[in-house]
Write a protein that binds this ligand. Structure first.
Ligand SMILES: *Cc1c(COP(=O)(O)O)cnc(C)c1O
Length: 399
């Protein structure tokens, strides 16, 4: 078991992400070993009793805890400035567990309109089976939010920047709104990672992540995490311990290793994305480019206030609509055409026909997903090669 708050709080982000580590075993390994064990042995009957009674810290069974998972959690708590956390098998199990553990029949959620596709499915197809309802609110019309709060509203759930339109919500304003109405604020911080945005510092009670994206950053594992207020994590831990969405120790080990390079990766992702966005802005075949740190982004000032960098995602609308968009994707040679983001490899996605295809045309239009919209997850290849591939695909798709 890792010592809670083993690292002085004053240590910087990079140091926390590298030096937060489970204690060495008698074998004196420098890099943390993988603990592939389902259970842990007890010294004696009294220790077993005390462990089960929660009187002493320690591992019992990997569904509850495991040193690799504890290390990943401990790092993420340090990086997100959270009290406590729980690792989950995927980003979606993090989202679902945060809802299922804290909401009950009759409760209502307020949700930013543009959320990840599977989150939309949970809200519209799964939670209603248990009498939990939601209202979508427009990310760019904050004045309407307060009007939508009902007596049974319990939680606000948002993604900022939104996927794929990259619209922002003012987290400080939202934190105040949640406090005023005694609502839980739950933020999906997947697009930014704590290196770029720390929602808890702005008043969020919980932060959920897909570890699959920038946290791993190399497209290798599926994983997730929930961090936040101690009392809420305690409730979530009870739910998770008995319902079992636990992260595998192998994936936790990979994710904890990945965090060691998160800071340098996010710097380069953002640098490459900025250069690509600036290039596309000048391109005559592009109708619109969205990137939080472009001066032309309608919420540029807010982005500068709550994000330290622009992040790794750029979206644009190619002139010529759906057909041109599809031709563009088919003409790419270097960039991958796959349904992921936050990888070392640059990825192009056409949300209207893939990630957001379950939405109706009207629902897509409401969240800014036009037929010609392309989302680029800008990777860590040399930026000249990324730009060259996009340029040749734009040229080819014109014919
Ligand atoms: C990918 C993603 C998720 C889901 O994560 P998985 O690890 O695929 O389950 C949730 N939210 C956002 C914003 C995502 O991009």
């Amino acid at each position: 078991m890792i010592e809670r708050k083993s690292m002085a709080k004053s240590k910087k982000f990079e140091t926390q992400s590298i030096r937060t580590q489970v204690p060495r075993t008698p074998l004196r390994e420098h890099s943390v070993p993988l603990y592939l064990t389902s259970s842990f042995v007890f010294d004696d009957a009294e220790q077993a009793r005390a462990l089960f009674a929660d009187e002493i810290p320690g591992n019992i069974y990997t569904r509850f805890s495991n040193p690799n998972n504890s290390e990943f959690i401990e790092k993420m708590c340090a990086l997100e400035e959270a009290d406590d956390g729980i690792a989950t098998a995927s980003g979606m199990s993090a989202v679902f567990t945060s809802f299922a553990a804290l909401l009950k029949s009759g409760d209502h959620l307020l949700v930013s309109r543009s959320v990840f596709g599977s989150t939309h499915q949970i809200l519209t197809m799964i939670l209603p089976k248990w009498g939990i309802t939601h209202t979508y609110v427009d990310i760019d019309k904050p004045k309407t939010w307060e009007k939508e709060i009902r007596p049974n509203t319990k939680m606000i759930f948002v993604e900022t920047p939104s996927n794929p339109a990259l619209d922002l919500i003012d987290l400080e304003w939202l934190g105040k709104l949640a406090k005023k109405h005694k609502l839980l604020l739950n933020v999906d911080n997947c697009f930014c990672t704590p290196y770029i945005q720390k929602p808890i510092a702005f008043g969020a009670d919980l932060v959920v992540h897909s570890g699959t994206k920038f946290l791993d950053g190399q497209g290798r594992v599926i994983g997730g995490i929930i961090v936040g207020r101690k009392d809420l994590i305690k409730e979530i831990r009870f739910f998770a311990r008995h319902s079992g969405p636990s992260l595998s120790p192998f994936n936790a080990w990979v994710l904890s290793k990945s965090l060691e390079t998160l800071a340098v990766r996010m710097e380069r992702h953002s640098e490459n994305a900025t250069r690509l966005a600036q290039h596309l802005e000048k391109h005559s075949d592009i109708e619109l480019v969205k990137y939080p740190f472009l001066k032309s982004h309608p919420q540029y000032r807010l982005a500068k206030k709550q994000m330290t960098l622009g992040g790794g995602i750029v979206t644009f609308i190619v002139k010529g609509g759906l057909d041109r968009g599809r031709n563009f994707l088919n003409s790419l040679q270097l960039l991958s055409h796959t349904a992921n983001l936050g990888d070392t490899r640059s990825i192009a996605t056409h949300p209207a026909s893939t990630t957001h295809s379950k939405l109706s045309d009207a629902e897509r239009a409401a969240v800014g997903i036009l037929p010609g919209l392309i989302r680029i997850s800008v990777g860590l290849e040399h930026i000249d090669d990324i730009i060259a591939d996009i340029d040749q695909a734009l040229k080819k798709s014109k014919k």
